[in-house]
Design a protein around this ligand. Structure first.
Ligand code: SF4
Length: 273
């Protein structure tokens, strides 16, 4: 395959997982061979892989992708020494460490990879990001996920009781920053509001709550509104480019304003009632 790829004298070779199905011993030999060919033939490789350990060994620059988009790009030295995107941090912490005496803090993203055809609003990584904040793109599907996680932990009885309170749970599948939960027959808005407030008080550290602008009774329902999110471009982060709003001073300033505003609107003032 390598001979066929180089016989026409290319300048650029796209190598998509070239060694992923090989034994470790053969893998190292093939990578060495490719490095020799790069030097002798003045080649450039676009090396596509899920294996960050071989990428570190083989590449000069790395672009990390999530849901089909580049979220961080920079030199191997910079990205492996000091990753600036939370997803890159999680990926690097998942690299196996052969020394059993070394403990590695695992930072595995929670939840499942979202459907790329129905991307999360704002930053695509926000539903799984441990550092997500006010402007990262919170929306109805995140609330649905939060409820489902609770029901997985709380058991069947709690699930039966709580999901029966809301008549329009299925509507949470439609992306929106403004949700109106309607009580099912035999229930009322006060029960739904109390349930959401209980979940919030049990898990105040849950990042989703930072994105909640309003949690109120509204007529016969409960309104949940989220702050408008921002889809991050690539921001300069000390020499690498990272698609993360933590590296955008404007977004951080805006988040501080929103957080102060939310504090003012909390119980006793307005907002969450
Ligand atoms: S913008 Fe940054 S902090 Fe916000 S969710 Fe995305 S990766 Fe996390």
């Amino acid at each position: 395959m390598i001979a066929r790829a180089i016989i026409l004298g290319p300048e650029l070779l796209v190598a998509d997982e070239p060694v992923s199905m090989l034994d470790m011993s053969v893998r190292a030999k093939i990578l060495e061979l490719m490095l020799d060919l790069r030097r002798d033939l003045n080649l450039t490789y676009l090396y596509i892989t899920h294996d960050l350990a071989t990428a570190k060994f083989f590449c000069d620059r790395v672009a990390i992708m999530y849901l089909g988009r580049i979220v961080e790009i920079g030199s191997v030295e910079q990205i492996y020494a000091d990753p600036r995107h939370p997803y890159t941090r999680a990926l690097l912490s998942a690299i196996p460490e052969p020394d059993p005496t070394k403990s590695i803090p695992r930072d595995v993203p929670r939840g499942e990879i979202p459907d790329a055809a129905r991307r999360p609003m704002g930053c695509s990584f926000h539903p799984r990001c441990p550092r997500a904040f006010e402007v990262c793109g919170w929306e109805s599907r995140d609330l649905r996920n939060l409820l489902e996680l609770r029901w997985v932990e709380a058991g069947e009885q709690a699930y039966e009781q709580e999901q029966a309170m809301v008549a329009n749970l299925a509507e949470l599948e439609e992306p929106s920053t403004d949700v109106m939960l309607q009580p099912a027959r035999g229930h009322d808005a006060a029960e739904i509001l109390a349930l959401l407030q209980q979940i919030r008080s049990e898990h105040p550290e849950e990042p989703l709550w930072r994105g909640v602008r309003e949690l109120t009774r509204d007529g016969n329902g409960v309104r949940v509104r989220f702050w408008d999110g921002v889809d991050p471009g690539l921001f300069d982060a000390d020499g690498v480019l990272a698609a993360c709003l933590l590296h955008d001073p404007e977004s951080r300033r805006r988040a501080e304003e929103l957080s102060a505003q939310a504090r003012l609107e909390r119980p006793g003032r307005a907002g969450t009632r």
